[in-house]
Ligand binder design. Structure first.
Ligand SMILES: Cc1cc2nc3c(=O)[nH]c(=O)nc-3n(C[C@H](O)[C@H](O)[C@H](O)COP(=O)(O)O)c2cc1C
Length: 184
């Protein structure tokens, strides 16, 4: 299975650091999964306004639609997910993520915004009918040292557990035909 790890940040480095840690834990649980990180900071983003899409956006759509599972990593912007991440998801066919496993990790500057994942990001992935794991991990600046190493043991344990459950959801996904049986 091809697993795409999406780093939804366009400025900083913490979100990518969490994603690379999850990548390592997933590999420890299942070496057969093909893992690839897609860094949004490396793409020339384009607003979805009806104009023809540039090469980076076409490549991004292809990678997302072709993947068999996802780890989505997002910073919190203005008490929500970044516009660039929502904009990217708006470009994806609503049927392309159906019954594919997905986990969410997030980084924020305040402790108060952890429910952004629960209340705003999860419903979008539910709309796509992803198999969203019940585990998600919210990290805060205090969980990192100055080199963006994750120094909080509880966060490490929760990321490891997220990886463990995600790998099981990958197995579940393989048993489910992806062809829609309805028009919705
Ligand atoms: C435009 C912008 C808006 C932000 N808004 C919030 C916010 O509403 N709540 C919050 O907890 N952190 C907010 N932050 C802080 C980031 O979520 C936090 O610094 C995060 O770790 C950034 O991840 P990164 O290092 O991967 O870019 C904001 C940062 C930026 C740049």
């Amino acid at each position: 299975m091809k697993i795409l790890l999406v780093d939804g940040t366009v400025f900083g480095t913490k979100t990518g650091a969490v994603l690379r840690q999850v990548e390592q834990y997933i590999q420890e649980y299942d070496r057969s999964l093909q893992l690839e990180i897609l860094y949004f900071s490396k793409l020339k983003h384009q607003i979805l306004d009806g104009s023809p899409l540039n090469e980076d956006m076409q490549m991004m759509i292809q990678k997302i639609e072709d993947a068999d599972g996802y780890i989505f990593a997002t910073p919190i912007y203005q008490a929500s997910i970044p516009g660039v991440l929502k904009n990217a998801l708006d470009m994806i066919s609503p049927k392309a993520l159906r019954y594919k496993p997905a986990s969410i990790v997030a980084t924020g500057g305040t402790y108060q915004h952890h429910l952004v994942v629960e209340n705003q990001f999860k419903p979008i992935l539910d709309y796509f009918r992803c198999l969203v794991t019940p585990n998600y991990v919210y990290t805060h600046s205090s969980h990192f040292d100055k080199n963006d190493e994750i120094i909080d043991e509880d966060i490490q344990n929760r990321l490891r557990e997220l990886a463990r459950v995600f790998v099981q959801y990958c197995k579940l996904s393989q048993t489910l035909p992806k062809q829609p049986v309805d028009n919705h």
